[in-house]
Every structure is written in structure tokens, then in C-alpha cells.
Design a protein around this ligand. Sequence first.
Ligand code: HEM
Length: 493
Amino acid sequence: MRLLRQLTKKNPFSGNYLPSRVALFARGRVSLPFPHLWNYREPIRILDAYFQGVEHVDKTGMHNRYLDVPFFPAVLVTRDPSIIKTILLDTGDKPGQFDRDTLPTDGIARATGEDSLLYSNGEQWRMQKKLAAPSFGKNKLFQPEKFAEFEQTFRKTAADRLEILREQQAAAGDAVTPLVLEPEISAIMLEMLVNNFFGGSVSYADIQQRYVPSLTLMIDHMVQDTIAHRIQTPMNVLTGKHKQLRLAKQDFEALTDIALAGRAHGLGMWSQFKSDASNEQLRSNIRVFLAGALEATTSFAGWTFTHLARSPDIQDAIYNEVESVDIYEPDNLAQASNLLQALQETLRLTPSLYFLPRRATVDTTVKVGPDQEMIIPKGTHVLLDVWHANRCEDFWGEAISGYPATRFAPQRWQVLKDKGYSPKDLMHFGFGFGPRTCPGTSLGMLEVALVVGAFVKMFRFTADTKTVEPKAGVSTKPGDGVTINIEVREPYQ
Ligand code: HEM
């Protein structure tokens, strides 16, 4: 029946809120609408393909698109915030709820383990969530005493590393120094996680020269392994990459051991962790936290610097706000409205995770309002396309927020507030939403706010280009590696 329907191109979705069909092949399109060996390094283009030329399609079909190829399950790509929100809320371990689709993260699971909080579904996910997520939660992290300890060590790490940059710049003798910032950001983020959060004591040189390159290689491998699993091993042998990869895997395991070692002595966040689970049972999660948190926080901070380098007024407004802030207590952070708006806007315009994958476990009715619904057939791969939702003029444009959707304009958040929108009315899904929302939200926000705040306090920075193209793998990052020119705000003594 399904094959017949597919061959006759009948819409597999039903209800009165229907997606429209995307052709498998079409002339002049930016990319084929599925990943393959030649386009997988440009996944945003694959998503672009779904929304190219949809202006003439009716509203529900304009924002909800499907691909239905004979012998394969249907794929729904949606940039419709109402559908995204409803599906995120309806993801979980109850019968009939959506699963997180594991297909786009196969390579991650092969490298980290299939039983992690990120990859598992159903009962196993619920068990992992109970086990691991609370350690990162606001209640644990933002307990006054514990918070002060983390904040202090995080802040010291950021300050020490920025001081090195400042000394390097003074030594160069130029007022303005060009810099590719992404490697510095990755190193600071990994140091905060390994040493401050997990209580390790890895030297900065090792973090920078050994562990960041190894984890970066592993993350790149995870993306490639998802698309080209069967041919990847022979290709790596042919190119000699397998030796590098073997060393990178060893480093990944060594770092996981270091992160787990603090547990026996109650170091870092381990003092808050109460569980009978063995270290072995925690390994997959630790690997996911190390690689995932490094990737996501580097992406988030990298994009924030990229946008601020092109927005001198906003940079100055943040400087005025953080100039006198020495401690990033939750209350102080809440006061820093320019910084917080810039962070929200960064996650909206350039979300680190650009799509959230789901899978319908049964035929599922998604209700949008009292009398509108879309029935999604069992087995459908659903890509919640946050990247395009957040850039769509219909949802975030001038008419709603006072600024074009594709512009970096933190001021829009004030406009939206003044218009009476609550944060739940307009969501950017930068940390997801619903049961599978990011457990690292508070930790990630704290780390990125601290690094951006400390950097703005020390440096004024600009960029030579007006725009930067994104590169995307597990997460999105600025394509130029965050290339900026820095100038010390206060002359070096
Ligand atoms: C600050 C930057 C971060 C961003 C932008 C971010 C973003 C996200 C998003 C959007 C999701 C939801 C994915 C989905 O619904 O399919 C997610 C899930 C997750 N994040 Fe984060 N994240 C960040 C930091 C972290 C950190 C610091 C950790 C841990 C140390 C972490 C661990 C996880 C895990 C384990 C999940 C899966 C949760 C589950 O499925 O129940 N993230 N993250």
C-alpha cells in the first residue's frame, strides 16, 4: 500500500494542516534534499533545498515540507514553530510519543556508546536522564555555595587565558592584532569542563595541543561516520588518517578517565553526584558531555564573538554593563540585560544545533490550535529545522519583532517584551524544549556568559568582513574560525 501511494505521489500525511511535497530531483536547486558523500559537509544547504522556491505554496505547506521516496520512510522537514514546539513537547518514553531519531547521530553513538542520555530512547533514556541530568541542573549548579566555587574557578580560567592573549598582543607591539579565536575558545571551554567541572588537573598546554585537536578530529569523524560508515574505514586506511584517528580515540578515552577519576575524591561537580552506578555505566555519558559540551559551547561563544565583532554599539553597551561586574552571580547576570539579549539573539540567529531529529513511533496526531492537525505516519523521520524557523520573516521578521529576521539585532528582545510577548510565545529552541531539553543549559549559559563578558571587558574587537558563512557538522560554527581584530581596552601596564 505504501509503495503504491509513494509511486502515485499521494501525500502520506493527513489532517487539515498539511506539508507540501519536495521533489527528489529538481533543476537549479542548491542541493539534493538528502545527505550523500558530496554534500554532507554542507547540511544547511540540504535543508535550504526544502524551502527553496516555496513562496507560491500555501502557508502550512510553505513551512512544512516532505520527501517521500519509494522504499524509504517519509521525511518531514518543518520550520513551523507551532509544529516544532508540539513535537518537542510530545517526545519521550510514553507510548506513542516521538523518539529522538538516532539516524543522524549514528556516528556519534559508535564513538561514545549507544546507552548515553543523548542517543538512547524509551526506558534507557529515562534511566540515563534520572542518573545524569540533575548534576547539571540549576538546583545543583546554582546552589549558592557550589555556584560560588564553580564561578570562581571558571572565572579564573577565563581570566588567566585572556591575560595570555593580552600579553601576546602587548609583545607584538601593535595596537590591533588579527586573531583566529576559535582554537582559543575551544581550549578555554574544554579546560572549564575537564578541570573546573569534573575536577581534573590537565595542563593548559595539554588541553590546547593534545586534547582539543584529538576531540575535534573525533567529532569530525563522527559526522563522516554517520554518512559513510561502510566506506569510511577503507578510505581512512588509504589516506593514512586511521593512525591519527587511533591516537585521537586514545586521547578521548584518557580524557574520559580523567573526568571520571575525580569521582572517588568528590572533586568538582562530583561532590554533588549521588548514585550507585559504576564508572563503567557512566562512561558513555561522560564521553557525550565532553564532546557535546565542547562542541556546543564553542559554537555558541564563537557565534557570539562573530556577531559582536560586527556590532560595535552592542559591544560597548555590554562593556558598560560588565565593566564593574567581577562576579557572575545569577543576580548580576540577570542584571546584564544587553549581554543576555546578545546571547539569546545569537542562539536564535545562529543556533548551535541547527535541526532536532525526531521519529514517529506510531501514526501521530500533532494538534496546532483547537481545530488544526497534522497526522504524521509511523516511521517518519522528522527534522525540526530550527535554523530556518528562526530566520523566517513570518515568525521573527519586522512586523513581529521590529527587525528583519536574518539580522543580528538583540534589541528585538526588548521590542518583543514591550509588545507583551512572553518567552514561551516566541521560542528559538536554542537549548531545545520539552522532556529532551538540554541538561547543560545553565552550565553552558554560565560558561559562555563568563567568557564573552570577560573578553569584552578586556578587548574591543572588529571584523574585516560584513558577513560570515556558517560551517556545520554536529553543530554550526562561523566558517572563518572566528577571525577578528583585537585591541586592548585598557593599555597594558
Ligand atoms: C551552551 C551550549 C549548548 C547548547 C546550545 C546546547 C544545545 C542543546 C540542544 C538544542 C539540545 C536538544 C536536542 C534535541 O532536542 O534533540 C541539547 C541536548 C543535550 N545537551 Fe546540550 N547544549 C549546550 C551545552 C551542553 C552542555 C554543557 C552539556 C553537558 C555537559 C550538554 C549536554 C546535552 C545532552 C546530554 C543532551 C541530550 C539530552 C536528552 O536527550 O535528554 N549540552 N543540547
